[in-house]
Design a protein around this ligand. Structure first.
Ligand code: NAD
Ligand code: IPM
Ligand code: MN
Length: 370
């Protein structure tokens, strides 16, 4: 069966294009097999867009992203653009995409694949079979709150400031995503904030509590302070099912959670908007890692987070559950065969680069495809 869907690919900077190349091969493989076809567009974002067009993302690129059925994003940023200025920094590309497309729910699953149980810096008995989902709010909070800036005070000193702010609607819509996901998993949500320090944190806690009483009384809800959550994630990560939290805390806690799975190079993500009347949901898929300037251009990057982000796209945007599972199984099998990129090396495994990892996944797909 052939289905044409529009897909916009935004490789970006650093290792972004390197890992995206491996996804393209998986997409081509699916096309050759007649499993699924995409109408693919590609565009510049981040530093690459600054170099080509003077801005981190153009309005045309944003419009193309809006029109696409799904967006696959690599990574942006790097030392070359460190002095681009705050209003021209490459990172604005991803922030603008999330904001303009209203992609408010950033789903960051931390899944410990069996072959990688020894790759984490934590003990295997702590992380074995871990399967947790962080739902990070991604269009609000201190990332976008106003006022923000730097002002000069009467005494001549300067003051830098940002604003954390959340409305009822912003909290409820992301909490609903978390509750709905929990119902399909182990039915437990942990809502994370600093209600003991931040006024907006207490408001978050009260709003999530009221929503649960009204709409999700069947789901277990617990509240946790963000600092304790960071500690609990390292102490006993399997206590969590779904974590729902603000933009900033979600950013921190998901990088932390990535190390439970072995490496930042393993964690995919999906960022979803609201469903429209026709049932269509805007969505962007990206690894949670950045452009990794320290290893860029060396062929060392782990392409799995990007490939697994593509698998999330198959599942969430196109309801291609079997195809998503096929890609995920190919990744797990290749890891089980003992191949590793440098970031997930362990004793007794063989080190390969980005390219060979991608090739091995294609060979595995050939082997296991129905
Ligand atoms: P980073 O995620 O790029 O790298 C952190 C560490 O993880 C580095 O040691 C890197 O080598 C390693 N790493 C990351 N991805 C890897 C992969 N696929 N395989 C193996 N190792 C990997 O974070 P950083 O160094 O703090 O930031 C670098 C740049 O990336 C900055 O400009 C930052 O703003 C940007 N960034 C962008 C995104 C994004 O585009 N979504 C996300 C995070 C950071
Ligand atoms: C992420 C990144 C981004 C964020 C940056 C690049 C703006 O760290 O996607 O986790 O902070 O959201
Ligand atoms: Mn981050």
């Amino acid at each position: 069966m052939t289905n044409k869907r529009t897909l916009l690919i935004l490789p970006g900077d650093g290792v972004g294009p390197e890992v995206m190349r491996e996804v393209r091969r998986v997409i081509d493989w699916m096309d050759r097999r007649g499993l699924v076809s995409f109408d693919i567009g590609e565009d510049y974002v981040g530093g690459a867009s600054i170099d080509a067009r003077g801005v981190p993302i153009t309005d045309e690129t944003l419009a193309r992203a809006e029109a696409a059925d799904a967006v696959l994003f690599g990574a942006v940023g790097g030392p070359k653009w460190d002095n681009a200025g705050f209003d021209l920094r490459p990172e604005l590309a991803i922030l603008k995409l999330r904001k303009q497309l209203d992609l408010f729910a950033n789903l960051r699953p931390a899944l410990v694949l069996a072959p990688l149980v020894n790759a984490s810096t934590l003990k295997p008995e702590v992380v074995r079979d871990l399967d947790l989902m962080i739902v990070r709010e991604s269009t609000g909070g201190i990332y976008f709150g106003e006022p923000r800036g730097v002002e000069t005070l009467p005494n001549g000193e300067q003051r830098g400031f940002d604003t954390e702010s959340y409305t009822t609607g912003e909290i409820e819509r992301v909490a609903r995503i978390a509750f709905e996901l929990a119902r399909k998993r182990r039915n437990a949500v942990t809502s994370v904030e600093k209600a003991n320090v931040m006024r907006s944190g207490l408001f978050w806690r009260q709003t999530v509590t009221a929503l649960r009483e009204r709409e999700y009384p069947d789901v277990t809800l617990t509240h946790m302070y963000a600092d304790n959550c960071a500690m609990q994630l390292v102490r006993n990560p399997r206590q969590f099912d779904v974590i729902v939290t603000s933009n900033m805390f979600g950013d921190l806690l998901s990088d932390l959670a990535s190390m439970l799975t072995g490496s930042l190079g393993m964690l995919p993500s999906a960022t979803l908007g609201l469903q429209d009347a026709s049932g269509r949901r805007k969505a962007l898929y990206e690894p949670i890692h950045g452009s990794a300037p320290d290893i860029a251009g060396k062929g060392l990057a782990n392409p799995l987070a990007q490939i697994l982000s593509f698998a999330m796209m198959l599942r969430y945007s196109f309801e291609l559950e079997e195809e998503a599972a096929l890609v995920e199984r190919a990744c797990t099998n290749v890891l089980a065969s003992g191949l590793r990129t440098a970031d997930i090396m362990a004793a007794g495994t063989a080190r390969v680069g980005t390219n060979v990892m991608g090739e091995s996944i294609l060979r595995e797909l050939d082997k296991i495809a129905p």
